[in-house]
Design a protein around this ligand. Structure first.
Ligand SMILES: *Cc1c(COP(=O)(O)O)cnc(C)c1O
Length: 354
């Protein structure tokens, strides 16, 4: 009955998120969730918020949360925007800041939600090939454009672009917005937030989904100069005044405030990443250097899709991308617990016969 659909809906190609399987006892390494739980203080805060006050609307501006995020990053509260996951923050950025006459630019291998937002908001885009070694070359992004966006570290490669390179891009591209999607920056990268004061066109987005182990709470944010944040707020207040419910605001605030727990989470994941990457290299995989909570790896004599299917038969789920063809040999594997990594390595050894 699609005759009732709008023309826009007819033409959409929606994003397909990594599978959330209903089966029990799976080793789930496909969507870059944190293998450890959130801070106990988050759970206490959410429980305390589950009260009679749920009959009341939440604070539409999430003011306490914005103030805590501002204090964390040493910026003013009007330089912070929060949303229902960074996906929502990004969606608003596409409409508020990236929809102009010129096409926007992003890497050919990158977060596959970007072209989906372009489809939804009818924004033209041009994909810039990564180098042979899957790196972003900032000189490739200096042609006239309606904006630039990429994750740093990039997804699904895990490769980090150094901060001086981002400064070069900002210096060479003063006339359109540059969005740095820092979904994975907490796992060893250096944030561009410190550049916000000097660059009026820079917007940095973050999520609590990965490094704070709160994918289920749906909280993300952006940091930029107040004029960029104002544009995001205009879109938000034309769409949904209450993107963060009471539980999300309370839980996110508690997580931001429990800095010691957060740091221990990141340290554990980074230590496990080192172990996983070297063990995979030992059994013949080529592993790209990762600054994220996942690794991107291929085996010289095994097809990526076949490896993913063989792992699945052993109840281990990883992410495989068919396109572009250049990354079809690769698997994107989330850094799990020690036990999950042991199970993965045992299965891979059996599959590649070593
Ligand atoms: C996970 C991810 C996001 C979205 O995070 P949410 O806050 O869970 O919506 C955004 N960008 C990239 C590159 C991601 O990997």
């Amino acid at each position: 009955m699609s005759r009732y659909w709008s023309a826009v809906v007819h033409d959409l190609t929606p994003y397909v998120p990594g599978e959330q399987p209903k089966l029990a006892n799976l080793v789930k390494l496909n969507t870059n969730e944190n293998p450890y739980g959130p801070s106990p203080r988050v759970l206490d805060a959410v429980r305390a918020e589950a009260a009679d006050t749920l009959r009341l609307y939440p604070d539409p501006g999430s003011d306490r949360l914005c103030a805590a995020i501002a204090a964390l990053h040493g910026v003013a509260a009007e330089q912070v925007f929060v949303g229902n996951g960074s996906d929502e923050v990004l969606a608003h950025a596409f409409l508020a800041l990236l929809k102009h006459e010129w096409p926007i630019l992003f890497p050919d291998i990158s977060y596959s939600f970007y072209p989906v937002y372009c489809g939804l908001y009818e924004i033209a885009y041009r994909q810039i090939p990564l180098t042979e070694s899957f790196e972003i070359r900032v000189g490739d992004y200096l042609s006239p454009n309606g904006g630039v966006i990429f994750p740093n570290p990039n997804a699904p490669t895990g490769r980090l672009l150094a901060l001086p390179e981002i400064e070069c891009l900002l210096d060479g591209n003063p006339d359109s917005v540059v969005v740095i999607d820092e979904a994975y920056i907490d796992f060893g990268g250096e944030s561009a937030v410190g550049l916000v004061a000097r660059y009026p066109q820079l917007l940095v987005t973050r999520t609590l989904s990965k490094s704070h182990a709160l994918a289920g709470l749906r909280v993300g944010y952006a940091i930029g100069q107040a004029h960029l944040i104002e544009a995001l707020k205009r879109v938000k207040d034309s769409f949904n005044s209450y993107p963060l419910d009471r539980l999300a605001q309370a839980g996110a605030l508690a997580s931001i405030e429990d800095h010691a727990y957060f740091e221990s989470l990141c340290a554990r994941v980074m230590a496990s990443r080192t172990r996983l990457a070297s063990a995979m290299a030992e059994i013949g995989f080529e592993v790209l250097p990762s600054t994220a909570n996942f690794i991107f790896a291929r085996h010289p004599s095994h097809d990526g899709a076949e490896l993913a299917a063989s792992l699945r038969e052993r109840r281990i789920i990883v992410r495989h991308f068919k396109n572009p063809a250049r990354i079809a040999p690769f698997l994107r594997i989330t850094v799990g617990t020690d036990a999950q990594i042991d199970a993965l390595l045992a299965a891979l050894k059996a599959i590649v016969n070593c």
